[in-house]
Design a protein around this ligand. Structure first.
Ligand SMILES: [Zn+2]
Length: 184
């Protein structure tokens, strides 16, 4: 990431807004934003599939669920935050499972970049399918989108929900079972 360019660009935005970049409160803002971006966009150019480690658990073929993984991301259409929780379900195949920490890292790497909620769900589900090769994967994301809340109708606290369904979860019974566990 080119922090110097970000600094310059932020100063440019401040000026273009008609503000004075030299006034007390704004003086250090370009620097602060550049440093913050280095942190909150850590996921750019990282390969989330590398976060998945595979372990073997004998004869385990039940649904595995991890709920309420918190995330913060940045909407690529408006450069404003969207944030919330990710719920992941998968059904292992051939005894292959992964660690909760690994799944949390996948969520982090896909959220610490410019993206949209729909793609995040798809990417997380596809990464699980590709690396772990389970019977199925099911990802639900519940989020608040500041670009929706701050513009226009200003519906504060509105939650948008997106999901990605792969493999065995395409069967309604399996999906409903996972949903009932995820919503608990
Ligand atoms: Zn947006």
């Amino acid at each position: 990431m080119e922090q110097k360019r970000i600094k310059k660009a932020v100063r440019e935005i401040i000026e273009a807004l008609g503000e004075n970049p030299e006034r007390e409160g704004l003086k250090k803002t370009p620097d602060r934003v550049a440093k913050m971006y280095a942190d909150i966009f850590k996921g750019i150019k990282k390969k989330p599939e590398k976060a998945i480690r595979i372990y073997h658990a004998k004869n385990y073929d039940e649904i595995i669920i991890i709920r309420n993984i918190p995330f913060y991301s940045f909407c690529e259409h408006h450069l404003l935050p969207f944030f919330g929780k990710v719920h992941i379900a998968y059904i292992p195949k051939n005894d292959r499972i992964t660690g909760y920490a690994n799944l949390i890292e996948v969520v982090e790497l896909y959220s610490e970049r410019l993206t949209i909620q729909e793609r995040m769900a798809t990417e997380i589900a596809d990464t699980i399918m590709k690396t772990l090769k389970p019977m199925g994967a099911f990802v639900i994301i519940e989020a608040r989108q500041l670009c929706l809340e701050m513009q226009g109708l200003k519906k504060q606290g509105e939650i948008t929900v997106t999901s990605a369904i792969r493999g065995a979860f395409e069967r309604e019974r399996t999906r409903l079972e996972a949903l009932s566990l995820m919503e608990r």
